[in-house]
Design a protein around this ligand. Structure first.
Ligand SMILES: NC(=O)c1ccc[n+]([C@@H]2O[C@H](COP(=O)([O-])OP(=O)(O)OC[C@H]3O[C@@H](n4cnc5c(N)ncnc54)[C@H](O)[C@@H]3O)[C@@H](O)[C@H]2O)c1
Length: 339
């Protein structure tokens, strides 16, 4: 698969490195509209660089990664889908459900694949937990809780740039940061029927919310909660606790999975050292999942099937977050994007 990467900021290196580790992927170039950022990325990687992402198509890219501010995902995706290019969008799919729908429709109409980077679905412990649930080892699921506690320094204005803007980011801790944990909750518990939430900007001084909570009703009838903050004094690994009629499981992001069964048997799966890999240096919250996301995406393009993390499943995650923002707006808590 001839691959191009659009946007050479914080996450693009994970795509370059992952592409080097997956058989059958050739990176034909990078694109960034910022001259200095592009020059630095070309220098770092030795890859060809283009100031206009459309030049990647001329360079032979049949698939691209969108590593762009969230509000730019939809237009670039739709433009390239019409040119027959397969799209791997970074999370979240878009800033609004309307944009999610336009992206999904454009890709389906053009018969190109639309993947979304929810790489934590591919962590080994996430995969084990999903298999236990699918095999009925947890029994009927009754409760799923997702907890995300992260520390971001409020003074980091350079970091918050577009990420602090509701229009460009779509939202704060829920839409941008805790979105991985919310996505995992839905991937494990199944689609949500309803969500009621509150958000607040408690200590960051940003336009986006730094803290959010919600109660969720899943289509299965099971219930769940989401609690997420950027204003934690310290970082904790995010956690998911899933209770069923036969067992309870606690998934600690990428490092551990504990399962306690009603018959007294318990198991702990540990994945310490996942990040200690010279071939794939990455940051703790990003993990190693980009490699598996890209491998699955390339196979999906080759086989003409949707990727395991596709546009439609990413839309479900966006839909829950949108519902929480709508509730929050109804309570007059904060103006966040709700359409
Ligand atoms: N999966 C993960 O764990 C993870 C981690 C970090 C970021 N992300 C996601 O990756 C995406 C990018 O985030 P980032 O932190 O790398 O952002 P960033 O701001 O560091 O980089 C974005 C780059 O896109 C460029 N750009 C903007 N509009 C452009 C256009 N029209 N054409 C070409 N280039 C353009 C900017 O100049 C910038 O260099 C976001 O969706 C973000 O949520 C995912």
């Amino acid at each position: 698969m001839r691959y191009g990467i659009i946007g050479c900021g914080r996450i693009y290196q994970n795509h370059v490195r992952a592409a080097q580790l997956v058989d059958g992927i050739e990176v034909v170039g990078l694109a960034d509209s910022d001259e200095g950022t592009l020059a630095k990325a070309v220098d770092e990687t030795g890859l060809p660089g283009f100031s206009d992402y459309r030049q990647l198509v001329d360079a032979g890219a049949e698939a691209v990664a969108l590593c762009l501010p969230h509000s730019a995902h939809a237009e670039v995706c739709i433009d390239l889908a019409k040119r027959g290019v397969h799209i791997l969008s970074e999370k979240p799919l878009a800033t609004t459900l309307d944009d999610c729908d336009r992206m999904i429709e454009a890709c389906e109409a053009a018969k190109v694949q639309l993947g979304v980077v929810f790489q934590h679905r591919f962590n080994e412990n996430s995969v084990i937990l999903r298999r236990l649930i699918d095999d009925g080892d947890l029994g009927d699921l009754v409760l799923g809780t997702a907890i995300f506690q992260y520390h971001k320094a409020p003074a980091d204005a350079a970091y918050f740039e577009w990420r602090g803007s509701i229009r460009q980011a779509g939202g704060g801790v829920l839409a941008n940061f805790g979105v991985h944990t919310i996505d995992l909750l839905l991937w494990l518990m199944g689609p949500a029927k309803a969500a009621h939430g509150f958000i607040g900007t408690l200590s960051m001084g940003t336009e986006i919310e730094d803290t959010g909570v919600a109660a969720v009703q899943f289509e299965s009838g099971a219930l769940g909660t989401i609690a997420a903050t950027l204003a934690s004094a310290v970082d904790f690994e995010s956690r998911l606790c899933i209770s069923g009629t036969k067992a309870t499981a606690v998934l600690t992001d990428s490092s551990a999975l504990e399962v306690q069964r009603v018959d007294g048997r318990s198991a702990t799966y540990r994945f310490d050292g996942l990040l200690d890999d010279k071939a794939y240096p990455t940051k703790a919250p990003y993990g190693r999942g980009h490699i598996d996301v890209l491998r699955d995406f390339a196979e999906a393009v080759r086989d003409g099937r949707p990727p395991a993390s596709d546009g439609r499943s990413a839309r479900q995650t966006q839909s829950v977050i949108t519902k929480i923002y709508q509730q929050a707006n109804d309570h007059g808590l904060q103006t966040a994007r709700t359409t």
